[in-house]
Design a binder for this molecule. Structure first.
Ligand code: APR
Length: 312
């Protein structure tokens, strides 16, 4: 049977996700947006690339109509506004919480068994909206952030050491914001911790560049935020789920006591498979790492509290 991935928001991230899912032949793709004609136009354009790219995935687009999304296996939520220079992800809170709430309601109604992957920012807070509005169990609602932040760290490690990105592995935990927690001890090149390969001040510089990775791109683009790497990261999650790969990846997951954090979405290593978040992996952290993760969780909690005040 053909699998179906619905991508809500046919903007930069959404269209790139649709392209990658189709070209990898992971599933048929339904693009939904509020803009008249745009999702249908992008879907047709992608279909017309298929004979050249050589795939048989079907891509359709619809404006404010979720009927094509019926019984989707996965719904990837990218709807919302991106940030502009000078804005933090948190500045998007009040606009995007409304948008994510609306689209989650529509998608959850037609695809009640889907797994939701949230991409819209501020990421961890938007996961709370998706969980609350859908009423889905926690294993079927998750956010894309850790893979992106880790990929940025991996890119900078590979650039610094002049090695293949394929040899790199990195873990970035915590919320998807300025308080994220890159973990050098668990970041390796061909299995060797980077703490053995670079002096501490160099590692600290790469950690800072990773924390600032999204803002660095916003500063260059000026009109919006990153989308190639965010789309790749969301598609890696979708692929792990569709193929039941049981892949261990850093994702925003709902914690109920793990890492000492309760009732909050925070980025941690999880096992991703057909059941969604099948397991939360608890790795040993030093006291400093624990403190940094808790500070990051506190920043997420502040946003969740702000949403309550805004009357979510
Ligand atoms: N329903 C469906 N689509 C919507 C809605 C809605 N209620 N509101 C907005 N959209 C659509 C917009 O019309 C637009 O096409 O979401 C799309 C967002 O696309 P872009 O503006 O290109 O933004 P993008 O770069 O894709 O980022 C989307 O992902 O990474 C995050 O911070 C980023 O929150 C932002 C989101």
């Amino acid at each position: 049977m053909r699998r179906k991935v619905t991508v809500v928001g046919a903007g930069h991230v959404g269209a790139t996700v649709a392209m990658r899912v189709a070209e990898k032949e992971l599933a048929d793709v339904v693009l939904v947006d509020i803009l008249e004609g745009v999702p249908a136009g992008k879907a047709l354009d992608l279909m017309e690339a298929a004979p050249i790219e050589m795939h048989d995935s079907k891509i359709t687009g619809a404006t404010n109509d979720y009927s094509e999304a019926k019984d989707s296996d996965i719904v990837i939520i990218t709807a919302g506004v991106p940030r502009k220079p000078g804005m933090s992800r948190d500045d998007l809170l009040s606009t995007n919480m409304g948008i994510v709430g609306t689209v989650t309601k529509e998608a959850a109604t037609v695809a009640p068994n889907a797994i939701l992957i949230v991409v819209s920012n501020p990421l961890d807070a938007m996961c709370h909206v998706a969980l609350d509005v859908s009423g889905f169990p926690k294993n079927r609602v998750m956010g894309m952030a850790g893979i992106l932040d880790s990929a940025r760290f991996r890119t900078f490690i590979a650039m610094e050491l002049g090695v293949s990105v394929e040899n790199t592995h990195a873990f970035v935990l915590g919320g998807h914001g300025d308080t994220m927690v890159p973990l050098p001890r668990y970041s390796t090149v061909a299995g060797i911790p980077i703490t053995e390969l670079m002096p501490p001040e160099k590692i600290e510089a790469l950690v800072q560049r990773t924390r600032n990775g999204g803002a660095e791109i916003v500063g260059l683009l000026k009109t919006g935020s990153a989308y190639y790497a965010p789309a790749s990261a969301a598609v890696e999650m979708a692929e792990a789920i569709l193929k039941d790969k049981k892949k261990i990846l850093p994702c925003a997951a709902y914690l109920e006591g793990e890492y000492g954090i309760k009732n909050l979405f925070v980025g941690v290593p999880v096992k991703l498979g057909a059941g969604g978040v099948e397991e939360i992996i608890e790795i040993t952290l030093t006291d400093d790492e624990k403190k940094a993760l808790q500070a990051s969780a506190n920043a997420v909690q502040n946003l969740v509290d702000a949403m309550k005040r805004l009357g979510k």
